[in-house]
Design a protein around this ligand. Structure first.
Ligand code: ZN
Length: 159
């Protein structure tokens, strides 16, 4: 019989294929929203934390987790949503932050929540940027524009 630690490890590998429906380059492991994986009898329990209160993407993420696990043969899956402690951008992996930047989204920066200006432009690296709207393409992001290359870009808001 397979050891339980191997099983949990392989489940994490499967979860690493589930991406954020809003930012496809990020997996849910990059986001750090998977808090726990447990096997209880023949039930698999995956605990996730929402990145943003009422984030509509969470239902889609839960559905995608079910789909990936079902494809790997895990049918009896329970997804629990944990509210506390609240997700913070600290849980995002460094690799995830790099991927965000390559994708053209300014990664979260602990120094500010929604800064007026000074966020690094993910395209040209300039700090000569301005806040356009506190709400970008989704509620989880704010919209900025670079004064140097004039490109608009999203900034992943800190929590
Ligand atoms: Zn720029």
């Amino acid at each position: 019989m397979e050891k339980i630690t191997d099983t949990i490890e392989s489940i994490y590998e499967i979860l690493g294929r589930v991406t954020d429906p809003e930012v496809h380059v990020l997996t849910i492991l990059d986001l750090g929203i998977v808090r726990n994986v447990a096997l209880k009898d023949d039930e698999l329990i995956v605990t996730i934390t929402s990145t943003y209160t009422g984030c509509p993407a969470m239902d889609m993420i839960a559905a995608n987790i079910r789909m990936e696990l079902a494809a790997a043969g895990y049918k009896n899956v329970r997804i629990e949503q944990s509210i506390r402690p609240a997700w913070t951008t600290d849980w995002m992996s460094e690799a995830g932050k790099e991927k965000l930047k390559e994708y053209g989204i300014a990664p979260p920066d602990k120094r500010f929540t929604i800064p007026e200006d000074g966020v690094g432009c993910p395209r040209c690296g300039s700090n000569n940027t301005r806040l356009v709207s506190e709400f970008g393409s989704t509620a989880c992001k704010a919209l900025y524009q670079c004064r140097d290359c004039h490109e608009p870009f999203d900034f992943f808001k800190c929590h």
